[in-house]
Ligand binder design. Sequence first.
Ligand code: NAG
Ligand code: NAG
Length: 285
Amino acid sequence: MRIIKVHNIIISCLLLIGFAVAASAGNFNQDFEITWGDGRAKVLNNGQLLTLSLDKASGSGFRSRNEYLFGKIDMQLKLVPGNSAGTVTAYYLSSLGDSHDEIDFEFLGNLSGEPYTLHTNVFTQGKGNREQQFHLWFDPTKDFHTYSLLWNPQSIIFSVDGTPIREFKNWESKGVPFPKNQAMRIYSSLWDAEDWATRGGLVKTDWSQAPFTASYKGFNAQACVWTSSSGSSCSSKQNQSWLSQSLDSTGQARIQWVQKNYMIYNYCTDTKRFPQGLPPECTLA
Ligand SMILES: *[C@@H]1O[C@H](CO)[C@@H](O)[C@H](O)[C@H]1NC(C)=O
Ligand SMILES: *[C@@H]1O[C@H](CO)[C@@H](O)[C@H](O)[C@H]1NC(C)=O
């Protein structure tokens, strides 16, 4: 009798802990694994903070333990400060493989005081070439800022501190593939790309400033977790309004503000690059 009672108490405690974890922000020890970098990636503060570093010998990286099929995924990043020219901090979702789907944020470093470039891309069935690049309206190295991906069956929305900067709509009805059949993991890495990252490779990495460090916190995913045994499951405890969310008129106005003031490259206006005609989603948008 007594043993059963203790047993029940333990189970109730486990349930409570489980619920607390599901309802609060993520933990890097539980949600992610370090994939490379030989000690250059570190999980700190009981799983609340993760840092990646890069020196001349190697960069570093991590990935999510879970695979997701749709989600609203937030992460706070603080980028390499000072002279970060040549460094790239990549933060993306990918299914990997030849016909992979992928949704990218890449932060291209710069000389001290010069702006980072936020590079975005969407790959469907192995095909990308959908770059849009932005400058940011703040210094992304001074504080943490939230970078979010909303990925649902209708669209993909990239946001920065809650401001949408890009939308890739589902135009499957017009023959444009949309990522919705392959689960993706979250990946991030800090690596050296001095051959192209800063002013097209003119500015090289200054290794006297190494190690370079980028920091992550505040991971929060409302997402459908995919497993090979049971397919995709979205936690029924969660508010699932994100699964059908789309840009409202305020969101449309914000995107227009960002694109007017901060966009520095848009594949959809690069007619030289696509002499046969712009990709179909560009004229549908
Ligand atoms: C670096 O700064 C230059 C000059 O302000 C700017 O043109 C460029 O877009 C910035 N970013 C990169 C990645 O080169
Ligand atoms: C679910 O989330 C949306 C958007 O965040 C909110 O407007 C709505 O009230 C929430 N619904 C419930 C039942 O909590």
